[in-house]
Design a protein around this ligand. Structure first.
Ligand code: ATP
Ligand code: MG
Length: 368
């Protein structure tokens, strides 16, 4: 089993950094500093270098240092036993990504290297709307399931075509039947992948939460307008077709496709009840963090490589026992980055401590 590792990372004009060059520790890195100095921005730069986009920026151009034309992040990665250079350039309206000197599009770049990010905003995974959970299923969990990203791209195209027909030419029965066929075939594939991922993740999640104490039963339930009896792609496609037929008159009224993976949702249950509604703060936080750790395990299994783990402001919300268990769970295989406040540097782990002050980052402690 190999592990992905950031050996060096450099950035120019990224958020509040004019320029930095950092050589992280291969295992454990602590990023410390007062509020608003650039800790989260540093984590964002690492995620950007590994996935080619920011999860935090509402607009891609936001990551560019105010007043500059573009931001640039370069990293040397140890990836499957080789040293690989990645380059990500973000300008106000355009982006350039390359791996080992070759231009790569966003879709391919995003499914090349594993980076699992946890931030307090991830609580939206439970608290937010269904689109948050679909985004998690599509762009986080399923990215490394073979064929998923391509099927998703094609599905979105078919959905746009079918919706356009519903709006402009609902009487064109022949085209409509063709797009329905295409949509349900791709939809069947997507849902099948999602269910497979959830099937792998559920026992991991149960085990993790059991270890953390509490004793509650957790469950994941996939919610779909289609009645999912048969779990093959073709079987699900058939169920989707039925759901669309049943929704036919609603579709004509709303002028949009009313069933399919773009409308499905995921429920997290604690002892059979919706965690979103009934879970305590601590339970919700633990579930989200556990889901992210499941993502690490799943990606390891799918790619044969341990992803880089980025934890932004996670630790101050957790008690000491749980911190220790999380770090143990990550084991000694993942390269980990954690941000902490000023006075709470976790002791006893081998690694490097960086200090961030007003857009400057430097290594202050190093141990091997
Ligand atoms: P906290 O402990 O409060 O989470 P932090 O160290 O994580 O703080 P960051 O989120 O990294 O802080 O933000 C540091 C500063 O970067 C903020 O003051 C913010 O205004 C600034 N900033 C954000 N985007 C840009 C940008 N595009 N150009 C310049 N500065 C920016
Ligand atoms: Mg922060």
């Amino acid at each position: 089993m190999s592990r992905l590792c950031i050996c060096t990372v450099e950035a120019q004009s990224f958020r509040n950094y004019t320029d930095f060059r950092v050589e992280p520790h291969p295992r454990f890195n602590v990023i410390s500093g007062r509020n608003a100095q650039g800790k989260s921005n540093f984590i964002e730069a690492l995620y950007f270098a590994l996935r080619g986009f920011s999860l935090r920026a509402a607009r891609a151009g936001e990551v560019v240092l105010w007043g500059r034309p573009g931001a640039r992040v370069t990293a040397d990665l140890e990836h499957r036993g080789m040293l690989t250079r990645v380059l990500c350039v973000q300008e106000e309206k355009s982006k350039r990504l390359s791996i080992a000197g070759q231009r790569v599009n966003q879709e391919d770049f995003a499914s090349r290297f594993g980076a699992v990010l946890f931030t307090p905003d991830d609580l939206l995974l439970l608290k937010g709307g269904p689109q948050e959970r679909r985004r998690f299923l599509d762009f986080e969990m399923s990215v490394f399931s073979p064929g998923y990203t391509a099927a998703l791209r094609e599905y979105r195209r078919a959905l746009a075509q079918r919706n356009a027909l519903l709006r402009a030419a609902p009487g064109d029965k022949e085209s409509f039947a063709l797009w329905t066929e295409r949509l349900t075939a791709l939809g069947g594939e997507l849902i099948m992948h999602r269910l497979q991922v959830l099937k792998r993740v559920t026992p991991l999640l149960e085990e993790m939460l059991k270890e953390w104490g509490g004793g509650e039963e957790v469950g994941l339930r996939y919610r779909s307008a289609a009645v999912l009896r048969e779990l093959s792609a073709a079987g699900i496609a058939g169920a989707l077709r039925e759901a669309l037929e049943q929704n036919g008159s609603r579709e004509m009224k709303m002028r949009q496709t009313m069933a399919g993976p773009h409308r499905d949702d995921l429920s997290v249950l604690i002892d059979g009840r919706e965690a979103r509604v009934f879970g305590s703060q601590g339970q919700q936080r633990s579930i989200v963090l556990a889901l992210k750790l499941c993502q690490v395990a799943l990606w390891k299994e799918l790619t044969g490589e341990t992803p880089v783990v980025l934890l932004d402001d996670v630790f101050f919300e957790l008690d000491r026992g749980r911190r220790r268990k999380i770090l143990e769970k990550l084991g000694d295989d993942a390269q980990v980055f954690v941000t902490v406040g000023d006075s709470e540097i976790p002791a006893g782990k081998e690694g490097k401590v960086f200090r961030v002050e007003n857009g400057n980052i430097k290594s202050v402690v190093s141990s091997r």
